[in-house]
Each structure stands twice: as structure tokens, then as C-alpha cells.
Ligand binder design. Structure first.
Ligand SMILES: NC(=O)c1ccc[n+]([C@@H]2O[C@H](COP(=O)([O-])OP(=O)(O)OC[C@H]3O[C@@H](n4cnc5c(N)ncnc54)[C@H](O)[C@@H]3O)[C@@H](O)[C@H]2O)c1
Length: 324
């Protein structure tokens, strides 16, 4: 039985508590959160022990689950890794590039498992198209959210866009060649809305828009490749594939169309999206990587690479935009 300690039981931390309770082979031993009111509610609601000393909780568990604000990730992860604990840390891996780099080195030296909470990798809409042969050459991304003070200790790039950066880096098997970016700080001191163009060495171009000051929510990625358009709606949990011929078994209907190059068959499919709980899946995958001693699905290196691109974007914005 792996013992889990949860560090930070705010908004997302409570989702983690609920899911850890459902996962086989693990036992929650307690939580650490400096906020007395939050801690009181969690003790009452979950009957879970509150530790007032973070070191004592770390000593009592095998898995340290870090869901504190981003600025505390490094310190908590560093302590845990030095104690030889496996760490699940929410995205972004850390606040600064140096912190991220240090964590990658520490994890390697300590030979422990670390997974970063890029939960969209476990979104059922994304899982539904993962077996397709994906080679996108143009990617259009929109992630829009209503304003919420939670998460604003970092920019919209590290708060929201980093989810899409991680997905794109996992899809495009090529190095980043050039980034251009523009962003505006409206409600906070850092960019709240941004538009970014990432060019890759293989010719793929990704155009990302993220906002945390929108009136309505949206989380969509559209992939365009030589033979297909693939739309993934992370919020509505829907996928759509429009392909040139090659009908497969994914609810396809097709029709013919005359083109200057002769008749083409267009096939449209909506692959079935399973009603899965992405947070539970990511935590289960982490446990499995520990038990089976295999790499984590979203490693500290993946988390660092996403951070690195995010910071390049921030540098571009700081050099080219007017932060109002
Ligand atoms: N993967 C996702 O989709 C997703 C979604 C939301 C938040 N997050 C990430 O989760 C983290 C927490 O976000 P949230 O929305 O739950 O924030 P929150 O403000 O609701 O909760 C954070 C909690 O951490 C506690 N805390 C502060 N300092 C701490 C410390 N040193 N040690 C332990 N706990 C501490 C706070 O008292 C608070 O209860 C952030 O890193 C955020 O980026 C990820």
C-alpha cells in the first residue's frame, strides 16, 4: 500500500483527495495546508489528519502530491525528492526555469518518479484520437476562461497556455524554430491574454490564443494535416475527424466531391469519447509507473520542456508588447 500526503487542499487539492480515496493500492495519510479555515473544512469533511509540519508529513508518506500555488512547487518538490519520495506536482512544474532545471537534475539523481499534472493528456477527447496517425502541419488553439483570482500568481501563459504547449510538444515531433508572441496584462500585473505563433523545424506552425478574462469558456485544439482535419474539444469532450477517403470504423459517413484533381471522397467521423475522469486516470497512471517501475506519462522533463517554451513566450511578450 503506497502512502500519500497531499500538500495544498484548495480548489484542485480537494479533487485530488476525492480521487485518491477511489484509487486502489494507495492510502491517504494526511495533508498539509497553511490556511487554517481550509484545513478545518478538510479535516471535518474528509476526516483526514492535518499535519502542521510539512517535513513530518513527507516522512510519513511514499507519494508527495503537490497542489500548492506554483510559487511553492519548487520548495515542496525539492524537499520531497531529497527525502527519496515520489512526487506528483501540479502544472507548471515550477515557477522559474532555474527551479525547473534543478528539479529535473534532482529527480534523476534521487532515482524517484515525478509526474507533472498536465491533465489534458488524460482528457477523454484527446485519448479518443491518440491511436490516429498524427502529423499536424498547422495547429489552431483556443483556451479561454472567465476571470478567477486563483492561479493569477503566474501569467496566463504559465497558468493556462502551458496545457496546450504540453499537448503540442507531445504531438509535434520536432524542435521549436521560432516563437512570436503578443500579450496584454489587463486584470493582473502579468499577461492575462496572449496570442502566440510557434514555428517548428519540420514546418508545422501552431497558433495559440489563451485568455483568462473571457466572458465564455473554450478549450479547443484543431489539427490540420495532409489527409485530415482533427478537432478536439477538451471542454465539451468531443472530437471530429474529417478525412480524405480512408473511411474507418469511427461513426463515419462519407460523400464524394469533384475537385480539379478528380473525384475525392470525404469521410466524417466522431470517434466515441469515453466518460472518463481525467484526474483519476492521471493519478492511477502515476501509481502504475511507481508500482511497475516505468516512466511517468508526463515526466519532469516534459514539464520542464513545456515551461521552457512558456518562458520563451514570456520573454517575447516582455520584449515586444505593451503591458497595460
Ligand atoms: N491541472 C489543472 O488543470 C489545474 C487546474 C487548477 C490549478 N492547477 C494548479 O494547482 C495548483 C493549485 O491551484 P488551486 O486552483 O487549487 O489553488 P488554490 O488557491 O485553490 O489552492 C491552493 C492551496 O494551497 C495552499 N498552500 C499555500 N501555500 C502552501 C504550501 N507552502 N504548502 C502547502 N499548501 C499551500 C493554500 O492555502 C490553498 O489552500 C497550482 O499550481 C495550479 O497551477 C492545475
Amino acid at each position: 500500500m503506497l502512502k500519500v500526503g497531499v500538500f495544498g487542499v484548495g480548489h484542485l487539492g480537494k479533487f485530488h483527495l476525492n480521487n485518491w480515496k477511489e484509487i486502489e493500492g494507495v492510502k491517504l495519510v494526511g495533508f498539509y495546508d497553511p490556511d487554517n479555515e481550509t484545513a478545518r473544512m478538510v479535516t471535518e469533511q474528509y476526516g483526514l489528519k492535518r499535519f502542521s509540519d510539512e517535513k513530518k508529513l513527507m516522512d510519513a508518506c511514499d507519494i508527495v502530491d503537490v497542489i500548492a500555488p506554483t510559487t511553492y512547487h519548487f520548495d515542496l518538490c525539492m524537499q520531497a525528492v531529497r527525502k527519496g519520495k515520489h512526487v506528483f506536482v501540479e502544472k507548471p512544474l515550477a515557477h522559474t526555469i532555474q527551479e525547473g532545471r534543478d528539479l529535473v537534475n534532482m529527480v534523476r539523481e534521487a532515482n524517484v518518479k515525478m509526474q507533472v499534472g498536465h491533465v489534458e493528456r488524460f482528457n477523454p477527447a484527446y485519448l479518443a484520437i491518440r491511436d490516429m496517425s498524427l502529423n499536424p502541419m498547422f495547429i489552431e488553439v483556443h483556451r479561454l476562461a472567465q476571470f478567477n483570482p486563483r492561479g493569477t500568481e503566474v501569467s496566463v501563459i504559465l497558468d493556462l497556455m502551458i496545457h496546450d504547449i504540453d499537448i503540442i510538444l507531445s504531438l509535434v515531433k520536432s524542435d521549436v524554430k521560432h516563437i512570436s508572441a503578443s500579450g496584454v496584462a489587463v486584470m493582473t500585473d502579468t499577461p492575462d491574454i496572449a496570442n502566440v505563433r510557434i514555428e517548428f523545424n519540420n514546418g508545422c506552425v501552431a497558433n495559440l490564443t489563451s485568455s483568462r478574462i473571457s466572458m465564455k469558456k473554450m478549450r479547443k485544439i484543431r489539427l490540420f494535416q495532409k489527409d485530415a482535419y482533427i478537432g478536439i474539444d477538451f471542454l465539451e469532450k468531443k472530437t471530429e475527424i474529417i478525412k480524405l477517403k480512408g473511411a474507418d470504423d469511427r461513426n463515419v459517413f462519407s460523400f464524394d466531391i469533384e475537385t480539379p484533381n478528380g473525384k475525392k471522397t470525404i469521410a466524417i467521423a466522431n470517434p466515441a469519447v469515453q466518460p472518463l475522469n481525467a484526474i483519476k486516470l492521471e493519478l492511477e497512471a502515476f501509481v502504475d509507473s511507481i508500482v511497475s517501475n516505468k516512466p511517468t506519462v508526463v515526466s519532469e522533463i516534459d514539464g520542464f520542456l513545456a515551461m521552457e517554451v512558456a518562458h520563451q513566450i514570456l520573454d517575447k511578450i516582455n520584449n515586444t508588447s505593451i503591458l497595460v
